[in-house]
Design a protein around this ligand. Structure first.
Ligand code: AMP
Length: 190
């Protein structure tokens, strides 16, 4: 049976480096809680697959491993979160990546029930990404994305303080172990 907290719908944010298992965990959790899973990376890959000027522009950015502009990303996420299906909760993955993107949460007065930070050592992240084989997972883009992440991570974490209960999860265990740990935390267990 799916889990729904009494009188409350779950708004959950997943943060952590690429390869930390956010999307795997996020999709499993979304199914469990019966709420939409929103990944900005998925949204941008969908746009990049379109044969339009915007599609080609986003494709170039994705292939470089750099970030899409804060302005464009914020607007896109704002629109998404305002859709009816997100009103009873959601799992957000891949956003925010910068402290400027965090400002959107102030602007739309959004608080999370839980923020999960999936922490995985860098060598393990690189190993996982190399196996994943996504088109934008070349050694160069993997390195650039990790550099971009590291550069912003500390400021990002600080900016997220106060938007929800931030919990650090050791993301180096098995998929099922980590999922169970997340669900226990949501259920208020330790
Ligand atoms: P991901 O699937 O989360 O690894 O994202 C893939 C790519 O999409 C990233 O390398 C960025 O180019 C772009 N992207 C995803 N989320 C964001 C974001 N919040 N801000 C800017 N660019 C993003």
């Amino acid at each position: 049976m799916r889990y729904l907290p009494e009188g409350n719908f779950m708004k959950i944010l997943l943060i952590g480096p690429q390869g930390s298992g956010k999307s795997t965990q996020g999709k499993m959790l979304a199914q469990f809680l019966d709420v939409p899973y929103i990944s900005t990376g998925d949204i941008f890959r969908e746009i990049a697959s379109q044969d339009t000027e915007e599609g080609r522009q986003i494709k170039r950015i994705l292939e470089s491993g750099h970030l899409v502009s804060d302005e464009k990303t914020r607007e896109l996420v704002k629109r998404k979160l305002q859709q009816p299906e997100c009103q009873r909760g959601f799992i957000l993955d891949g956003y925010p990546r910068t402290s400027e993107q965090v400002d959107l949460f102030h602007a739309i007065d959004l608080k999370f029930d839980k923020i999960f930070y999936l922490n995985v050592p860098e060598d393990k992240v690189i190993e996982r990404l190399a196996k994943r084989g996504r088109p934008d997972d070349t050694p160069e883009t993997i390195k650039t994305r990790l550099d971009v992440y590291k550069l912003k991570a500390a400021v990002l974490m600080e900016a997220l303080t106060g938007f929800g209960n931030l919990v650090e999860i050791d993301g180096s265990g098995s998929i099922d172990q980590i999922q169970q740990q997340i669900r226990n935390m949501i259920n208020g267990q330790k």
